[in-house]
Design a protein. Structure first.
Length: 249
């Protein structure tokens, strides 16, 4: 069985966490659990001072595994709703610098690997979007609050309500991409950004990051503690399976 998360030590305290659920890093409950567990290991490793999140594939992440989701039971829906929230909350609150090295499209749930990072580097051909509306699936509390905190209101509405992707340069204009470089330079630029960020006092960095993200995390943590995400009553509606089937083609 292939590991869904690969780890590489670049030296100087920088670890690369590579998403490796082929062929497009489609998101499953197990994949999210692996992401969360790997982040916890990196958080607890004193040798790791900063993390780069990368993809083993040309697509960074295509979002929810729609083929798998077609046969979700109610229990399956609850599990993945919970895992979406806890995994991306773990990345959003991660106390060390996180840089996304975005090799290609980051769509729907896959975009939250970018929105939860501290800095993001990509190339001109990458595309970014929140396609949930097109597959009949609304947002779990964790991703929803991260999107609200990260995206300006006009962009939030455009991305969520149209489901259409934007270009890398548009994403930089919006503010969730920091650099657009040649495809072959992404990892190098991500490493440079990570090395720059780890020069700050680490405890202060962690404290200020938490201060900046506290309002969203307070809502997320309350939903986790109280199991109060409305989607735990059932994520999918009578529209969802047909919309997913149409999206798969």
């Amino acid at each position: 069985m292939t590991d869904t998360i690969l780890n590489q030590d670049l030296g100087n305290g920088i670890a690369v966490m590579t998403l490796n659920r082929g062929p497009v890093n489609a998101i499953s409950a197990g994949f999210l659990a692996d992401v969360e567990a790997h982040l916890k290991r990196l958080e607890n490793d004193p040798a790791v001072r900063g993390v780069i999140v990368a993809s083993a594939f040309k697509v960074f992440s295509a979002g929810l595994d729609l083929k798998e989701a077609q046969v979700f039971s109610l229990e399956d829906q609850v599990t993945i709703v919970d895992n979406f929230t806890t995994a991306f909350a773990a990345m959003y609150r991660f106390p060390k610098p996180v840089v996304a090295a975005v090799s290609g499209a980051a769509i729907a749930g896959g975009l939250f690997f970018v929105l939860s990072a501290d800095y993001a580097v990509t190339h001109p051909d990458a595309r970014f979007g929140l396609a949930e509306v097109r597959v009949g699936a609304s947002f779990p509390v964790g991703p929803l609050e991260i999107a609200r905190a990260t995206l300006p209101a006009p962009a939030l509405n455009r991305l969520m309500l149209t489901g259409r992707p934007v270009t890398a340069h548009k994403a930089m204009d919006i503010g969730f991409i920091d650099e657009v470089v040649a495809a072959g330079d992404i990892l190098q630029r991500a490493e440079a950004a990570a090395l720059d960020l780890i020069q700050t006092p680490p405890k202060t960095y962690a404290t200020i990051k938490l201060q900046a993200r506290a309002p969203a995390l307070a809502i997320i943590d309350e939903a986790i503690a109280n199991k109060s995400d409305p989607l735990r009553q059932g994520w999918f509606t009578d529209e969802t399976k047909a919309a997913m089937k149409a999206m798969i083609g």
